[in-house]
Design a protein around this ligand. Structure first.
Ligand SMILES: [Zn+2]
Length: 469
């Protein structure tokens, strides 16, 4: 037996990492990543730590996060146009432990993770591949559809959260060991409650302990969700997780639940033996779902009824991939009232013509109209009125969501939906006033990390997105 000399240690090529989340307690082996390589490069400031199998060490968290991000970047890269860059350039920074806060976010410059208290000691948001790949999903969607960042609409913000949760699910399924384990756990029927559907178990439990309305007791969110659509402006701004609220994380569960059901049905449809789908068949449907979501996200217009609009784009895109997918997606969207029966029937009767219309209108800004709405300073405790920009795109086929009876409902006007979103941001303390508050006014909100901020521009005082959690 030969022994490597101490000054020439063996090169480590494989890592032991958490498979999906520390709370699952399941390890897997994965290739050691190089995050500085294309496609979609990352920069982790500071020295690269040696590989460690101490699950409580910063080094273990570093390599778990690095592997998850590289795996996720490789998965999403095929749908990012050349050159494969992030929204703000070639490299995206990753900060694994900013400071104490029960948060994780994407702010266009970086993916940021934090630590906070839990019953078991400190919990680190970067320790969960689920949470890491959720934030990665925000960065990917921002790279391929940057205009969603500036839309002041509840349904657009909620779809961004759905995309993040689908990123967590689809990236997890790129691990062969997890595909095998999930098929065993769910008996091949993916859409039930499982380790796959529960996103961010450890972090969610810690969040629930401090903020019971913001997470389930056993995870951040569960994709096995059966909530049905209703106009988000009719909902309260916060609610226990057993109910829907207009908060984007809560409301996103309507759309995520439909997509998770569709993913399960795509697998059943594609499997040679529907009662025993294989890991390779599961891998193939994750790639189909990726292509469908990305293709639709780049085509859907940012309208007041965005859920119906993007659901229509997804259904049409799915038919391009596989004619038999169309019925699966329409069924999932109708059962969650995201599409009315009438809209679904229209899509089913002429998918090719509607797809051609979506393709023609995608990114066609020539016919879009811009508006500015002035909201009164007094309402928000501001020193001056607030100017909110809106863009009304040219729209062809008008998709509709449904009421409880399955019939089409008219969405709120663009101005009404925008005002509802802005009101909720202030009401829930998501706006950093940046010294533009009225004298003596103290802003609301218990969270330190704000999704939006006030900025002074040539066009007056404006609201600007800072990050997605
Ligand atoms: Zn998010």
């Amino acid at each position: 037996m030969s022994v490597a000399p101490l000054n020439n240690p063996p090169v480590i090529t494989d890592l032991t990492i958490w498979e999906d989340d520390p709370a699952s307690g399941v390890f897997t082996i994965a290739p050691k990543p190089d995050v500085t390589l294309p496609p979609l490069k990352f920069l982790f400031p500071g020295a690269v730590p040696p590989v460690s199998n101490d699950i409580n060490s910063p080094a273990f968290r570093y390599w778990t996060a690095a592997e998850a991000l590289k795996r996720g970047a490789n998965f999403w890269a095929p749908i990012v146009p050349q050159p494969k860059w992030w929204q703000r350039g070639e490299t995206l920074e990753v900060h694994l432990d900013r400071w104490e806060d029960l948060e994780a976010d994407y702010d266009r410059n970086a993916l940021n993770f934090y630590h906070g208290p839990s019953a078991c000691g400190k919990v680190y948001s970067c320790a969960s591949p689920d949470v890491v790949c959720h934030e990665l999903g925000h960065a990917i969607l921002d790279a391929i559809r940057p205009s969603l960042w500036t839309a002041h609409l509840q349904e657009v913000a909620s779809f961004h959260e759905t995309f993040g949760d689908m990123s967590a699910i689809l990236c997890a399924l790129q691990l062969p060991s997890l595909r095998q384990a999930i098929l065993v756990e769910t008996y091949g029927n993916l859409c039930g409650d499982s380790r796959l559907s529960r996103i961010g178990e450890q972090f969610g439990t810690a969040v629930h302990a401090l903020y019971p309305k913001d997470a389930d007791p056993n995870c951040l969110r569960n994709a096995s969700s059966f909530f049905s659509y209703c106009d988000p402006s009719s909902l309260p701004s916060s609610a226990l997780t057993t109910s829907l609220s207009s908060n984007p994380h809560s409301f996103s569960r309507v759309f995520t639940g439909a997509l998770f059901e569709a993913l399960a049905d795509m697998l059943t449809l594609s499997a040679v033996d529907p009662n025993a789908p294989t890991p390779n068949e599961l891998l193939a449907v994750t790639e189909d779902m990726r292509d469908i979501l990305a293709g639709a996200a780049t085509k859907a217009n940012q309208v007041s009824g965005y859920f119906a609009e993007v659901a229509t784009a997804i259904a049409l895109q799915s038919a391009q991939k596989n004619q038999n997918y169309l019925g699966i997606f329409l069924g999932a969207f109708v059962s969650h009232s995201i599409l009315s029966m009438e809209t679904a029937v229209t899509i089913q009767s002429s998918p090719d013509a509607l797809q051609a219309e979506f393709d023609e209108m995608a990114d066609d800004s020539r016919f879009a109209e811009s508006f500015t709405m002035v909201l009164p300073a007094l309402r928000y405790g501001l020193a001056e009125d607030l100017y909110v920009d809106m863009i009304s795109p040219r729209q062809g086929f008008v998709a509709r969501s449904a009421g409880r009876d399955g019939k089409s409902v008219e969405p709120a006007s663009l101005a009404t939906a925008t005002e509802a979103f802005v009101d909720e941001l202030f009401l829930t303390g998501q706006v950093d006033y940046n010294d533009y508050g009225a004298r003596g006014f103290k802003p609301y909100g218990r969270r330190r990390s704000k999704t939006h901020e006030l900025v002074r521009t040539d066009g007056g005082l404006k609201l600007q997105r800072r990050l997605f959690h």
